[in-house]
Write a protein that binds this ligand. Structure first.
Ligand SMILES: CC(C)(COP(=O)(O)OP(=O)(O)OC[C@H]1O[C@@H](n2cnc3c(N)ncnc32)[C@H](O)[C@@H]1OP(=O)(O)O)[C@@H](O)C(=O)NCCC(=O)NCCS
Length: 377
């Protein structure tokens, strides 16, 4: 955990009722001792407007962040009680072939009893200040289309929506027939070179993708909690490895609780039920129930059919383990998208927002396909 810092900020602005609610709010870096308070705060902060999703991040609130190389969780406190939190990860990436230092922001939340007092806005200002000190060029984040408070917050803070992506939620039905089982196996350490090349080939022309070295891929897998090489499937035949796909048991990181489906989702679910009348399908959970999910990690391929076989295999494994959905964020123009979209799925739009911090031109960001790592959502 990075060393602690404390900053006093006055919450709220000088208008109307906010003046009355102005109180000293401290913003500091979270420590492991904040774990339980952050889990409880998150349980009080479901996301969304029409599609409302609760999150249970027990037992380790910080597990999601541990997947990043340099990460920070900030907390906002009032009278030593945690009333808000936000997180960010610093990394280097490529945009139009240029190496750029970025901050990815995530995990914003404010206690419902303290909303609209400027807590999230002040957390954002603090992150921006730290990012400037670290010579970051660009801040970015992903917001679900239905999360209107969050979209308003970031628009107000100067972010621009530059691209619309989507999260595909593949349905874990048990109808998959893997035809080339003999070519599918778990990744081994000797595959690291072939897999690194495959990933770089697949995402090379995506913005926000930094080609990986073998060591960087190994380090990335080592950092991901509850994930290792054995969770990556490879398709290996006489031609060598032609596809790979990671399957991350995300229930160990965060559990989702659907509190309300949007009308768009209800229509998608009804259509799926109609289309699946003769096919065994998992029950799409009722509001209040946990939605067990896997996250799909770095689907890469040279041969589309090989990746198709791996996706079938991942879905089959999910169905065996009573998992309902497999999530993956995708750019609509990524070559991976048509392969994954052929499976039964629900989809939610994901807005990609940026805020440049330097005078460098980022006017073309969003015009090319972008890479969204599954750890971001
Ligand atoms: C989104 C969230 C973090 C905002 O926290 P907050 O401390 O209440 O936000 P702030 O008081 O700093 O609001 C700053 C601006 O954001 C926008 N905003 C915040 N809440 C809003 C709401 N419910 N509806 C519309 N706009 C809203 C407004 O522009 C607001 O400025 P204003 O109050 O002057 O109009 C909070 O609603 C929350 O915890 N939501 C649940 C978790 C979540 O969705 N997190 C985001 C994941 S990306």
């Amino acid at each position: 955990m990075p060393k602690s810092m404390q900053t006093m900020v006055a919450v709220g602005d000088c208008r109307g009722s906010k003046v009355e609610s102005q109180q000293a709010i401290k913003i500091r870096e979270a420590t492991e001792a904040d774990n339980q308070a952050l889990i409880e705060l998150q349980a009080r902060c479901p996301q969304g407007t029409n599609f409302i999703l609760g999150i249970d991040s027990s037992p380790d609130f910080f597990a999601r962040s541990r997947a990043f190389e340099e990460w920070h969780v900030l907390v906002a406190t009032q009278d030593s009680a945690i009333v808000g939190s936000a997180a960010f990860a610093v990394s280097e990436t490529q945009i139009e072939g240029r190496r750029i230092k970025t901050v990815l922001e995530y995990g914003f939340m404010a206690d419902p009893r303290h909303r609209r007092k400027g807590i999230a806005a002040n957390l954002q200002k603090k992150i921006e200040q730290i990012a400037l000190d670290k010579n970051v060029d660009l801040m970015h984040l992903d917001v679900m289309e239905d999360n209107l408070p969050s979209l308003n917050l970031f628009w107000k803070m100067g972010f621009k929506r530059v691209r619309d992506c989507r999260v595909l939620n593949l349905i874990a039905n048990s109808e998959q027939k893997v035809t080339k089982q003999e070519n599918i196996r778990k990744m081994e350490s000797g595959d690291i070179n072939a897999v690194t090349n495959l990933i770089n080939e697949t995402f090379r022309d995506h913005d926000f993708f930094q080609p990986l070295t073998e060591k960087e891929l190994t380090d990335c897998i080592d950092r991901m909690p509850h994930f290792d090489l054995q969770d990556i499937l490879v398709y290996d035949d006489a031609e060598g490895i032609s596809a790979c796909l990671g399957c991350w048991d995300y229930n160990k990181i965060r559990k989702y609780i659907v509190e309300k489906f949007s009308w768009k989702m209800r229509i998608q679910i009804s259509l799926l039920r109609l289309a699946s009348i003769f096919t065994p399908m998992p029950a799409i959970r009722q509001p209040g129930e946990r939605l067990l999910s896997y996250n799909l990690f770095l689907p890469a391929f040279r041969d589309p059919e090989s990746l198709t076989e791996l996706v079938k295999s991942a879905i089959e494994k999910a169905a065996e383990n009573q998992i309902t959905i497999l999530n993956i964020p995708l750019d609509p123009e990524s070559h991976v998208t048509p392969i994954l979209s052929q499976f039964r799925h629900l989809k939610t739009k994901l807005h990609f927002l940026i805020k440049p911090l330097t005078y460098e031109s980022f006017s073309n960001v969003g015009k090319r396909r972008i890479f969204i790592d599954v750890s971001e959502i």
